[in-house]
Ligand binder design. Structure first.
Ligand SMILES: *Cc1c(COP(=O)(O)O)cnc(C)c1O
Length: 219
């Protein structure tokens, strides 16, 4: 697959869902990818990228941001409190606000820094013990708490369980967002972004389908 192929598939999914052209933002997930692959996508004009780790992103993106204008970076992976400041300096959006404690840390830093990235609250729709995010039953309370902290909540994010039909999880996330008056839905990856768009995704996070298989992370 190429970037162009994926763009076309996103457009086709928008059309078949009866959605406005360009209503879905394609985040190219560049984590762990060899730099030459990422540069190729930058040269093709793509500017919206997703990363999983603050440190990895800090190591490679500032140099690209110098060379390529208009780069927008979204953090997709878990955020530790001690990395929050660095994350808020580098990223334009954080999709992995997954617990009240980190929300409060971000709120405190936002006060101090006078700016805050757009935030997506991660919901553990599959209620998986090993997965980050608040449980669906706690989602409304978490949205309310984040709003009371004056955080810029753009929407919700989920990563469905690998073994299950993702459409059910996308539908659940859309329902929770709707009843909380949230427009943003960060859902859908390489294997299921078209199904996510059918359920209302506003941000799809596509890595391997654009860049090819990732080298494995070092343990
Ligand atoms: C790695 C990752 C993606 C991209 O996964 P692909 O299957 O390569 O498209 C999307 N979202 C999150 C949170 C990820 O960690």
């Amino acid at each position: 697959m190429s970037l162009e192929d994926i763009r076309k598939r996103v457009e086709a999914a928008e059309v078949s869902a009866g959605r406005e052209a360009g209503s879905v933002r394609l985040i190219a997930v560049s984590k762990l990818q060899p730099p030459e692959r990422v540069e190729a996508i930058l040269h093709e004009g793509h500017r919206l990228f997703g990363e999983n780790r603050v440190q990895e992103a800090q190591g490679k993106w500032p140099a690209w941001q110098e060379r390529f204008e208009g780069v927008e970076l979204h953090l997709l992976g878990p955020l530790q409190s001690n990395k929050a400041r660095g994350a808020m300096e580098l990223f334009d959006a954080i999709h992995s606000v997954d617990r009240p404690k980190i929300a409060r840390t971000i709120a405190r830093l936002a006060q101090e820094m006078g700016r805050c990235p757009e935030l997506f609250l991660q919901i553990n729709t599959g209620e998986e013990p090993q997965k980050a995010g608040v449980l669906p039953a706690e989602a409304d309370g978490f949205v309310e708490e984040c709003r009371s902290l004056d955080l810029p909540v753009a929407g919700l994010m989920c990563i469905p369980p690998v073994e299950e039909e993702p459409a059910l999880h996308f539908a659940l996330l859309a329902k929770i967002a709707d009843r909380n008056g949230l427009d943003g839905l960060s859902m859908g990856m390489s294997g299921d972004f078209e199904r996510a768009i059918a359920q209302g995704a506003t941000h799809v996070r596509v890595g391997s389908a654009i860049f090819g298989e990732r080298p494995k992370a070092e343990a």
